[in-house]
Design a binder for this molecule. Structure first.
Ligand code: SAJ
Length: 413
């Protein structure tokens, strides 16, 4: 049914999807604008770290099922998995989706399926159908022709958790929204080739909102935990204890506070909802503001604590955006350490077991040293836990005795 699939964008979602399809015997043409990405993949290597991905890519390339290139080639289906970042004005930058549409349009033929996987504001998939139609007036598209269209267009948002991508890409349920009903059915046939979870069919705009709602739900719930932690800091009581006790109620499950919300999804996607309904999305906007304000709160608490020492040495445990990964992008922990250095709050000892050298932004301050956790805790006056890496469990309570400890995640409770 689908012998050839073209995946446009070979990043954190596109490449695992390409590998998953290739493993099922589909001939996959992977497309990326980065020459080095194309080169690495054709050499059987993955350009970033994700458990089990390198093996899958290597196998798919060795079997001749996956080939990377710079421009789309004719195929039965096209999956667009390109970035949709937030702009300064907090609207989505859809330029990569537009560019992908333009490049795919040139090789489209009747009977083809085009799927948008990128997380997008409501209405984007219908808009994609319009963009494709502009490029190809010789073909009909579903925003206009419904189920009689020559080309089918659907949205199938990615929902995988970084670090578990290769598992969740197979096991998660998929939400599939068609610009017309037949588009969703056709897209389900494609995902059923490798996805073991249920495929839930709907319209394209509902699918876009479902995806955004998942991440906004999490953001609002993390904001609740973060707000509680700021209230408890104000009252000088332990937020982690308050949350642990409240969570003993059978219908309460408060999430974990942290130094802020990082990553490229949860801190971004809620703004797409706010942008689509600014008057209505009040709680979602406020949650974003609460989470965005959390790093400044941590900086001021650490500064206040450090002021008790003459030449404070501050250990900052963790730099990544969440636990047990090596990803420093959009990391509140990194931002906090950078600000503490810039404001010359003290001598900073950073601990990050998943990297081997300091990022340039920290190294350039000349005030931060990358050390192991034992050294940092031993030499510090103030110990700040920023990321809940499993390896930080080994820090003994006795090693923390006599130090000022600020555990932003309630990890050592
Ligand atoms: N965080 C907290 N407290 C918590 C949970 C998380 O402070 O209780 C922080 C983390 O430290 C991190 C941020 O939130 O800085 C986001 O981490 P995360 O693990 O919650 O989520 P992401 O951004 O890695 O992945 C999310 C997932 N969405 C949901 O769980 C609803 C994933 O399934 C999506 O596919 C992904 O966004 C995406 O690509 O949209």
């Amino acid at each position: 049914m689908f012998s050839t699939v073209c995946v446009v964008g070979l990043g954190y979602i596109g490449l695992p999807t390409a590998a998953a399809l290739a493993t099922q015997g589909v001939d996959v043409i992977g497309v990326d604008v980065s020459e080095s990405t194309v080169h690495l993949i054709n050499a059987g290597r993955a350009p970033f770290v994700e458990p089990d991905l390198a093996v899958a890519v290597n196998g798919a390339v060795a079997m001749g099922r996956l080939r990377a290139t710079g421009v789309p080639e004719p195929a039965d289906a096209f999956i667009i998995a390109v970035p949709t970042p937030l702009q300064e004005d907090r609207t989505a930058d859809l330029s990569c989706v537009r560019a992908a549409a333009a490049s795919v349009a040139g090789v489209l033929k009747a009977g083809d399926l085009v799927i948008l996987e990128s997380t997008s504001p409501p209405g984007t998939t219908v808009e994609l159908s319009r963009w494709l139609a502009k490029h190809r007036p010789d073909l009909s598209f579903p925003h206009d022709a419904g189920d009689t269209a020559a080309v089918r267009v659907a949205h199938c948002p990615e929902r995988v958790l970084p670090g578990r991508t290769m598992i969740e890409i197979v096991t998660n349920d998929r939400v599939i929204g068609g610009v017309a009903a037949g588009c969703a059915e056709r897209a389900r046939d494609l995902y059923a080739m490798f996805a073991k979870g249920e495929c839930l069919l709907t319209d394209a705009t509902t699918a876009e909102m479902a995806k955004l709602s998942e991440n906004a739900f999490r953001d609002v719930n993390i904001a609740f935990a973060n707000e509680l932690s700021m209230v408890c800091d104000h009252l000088r009581i332990d937020a982690a204890e308050v949350i642990a006790l409240a969570n003993r109620h059978p219908r309460v499950a408060i999430l974990h506070p942290g130094p802020g919300v990082g990553g490229h999804c949860i801190a971004v996607d809620p703004w797409f909802i706010v942008g689509s309904a600014p008057q209505q999305a009040r709680l979602i906007r406020l949650a974003r503001q609460v989470n965005d304000a959390k790093p400044a709160h941590v900086i001021s608490e650490v500064t206040r604590t450090a002021s008790r020492f003459r030449d404070p040495v501050i250990a900052c445990l963790g730099l990544t955006f969440k636990a047990n990964i090596d990803d420093l992008r959009e990391s509140p922990a990194l931002h906090i350490v950078h600000e503490l250095a810039r404001q010359e709050v003290g001598r900073l000892l950073a601990v990050e077991p998943h990297i081997s050298e300091l990022p340039v932004s920290l190294a350039d301050t000349g005030r931060v040293a990358l050390v192991d956790v034992t050294t940092a805790v031993r030499d510090a006056d103030v110990v700040v836990l920023l990321v809940d890496h499993d390896s930080f469990r080994s820090v003994k309570q006795t090693a923390l005795r006599g130090k000022a400890v600020f555990d932003t995640r309630g990890f050592w409770r």
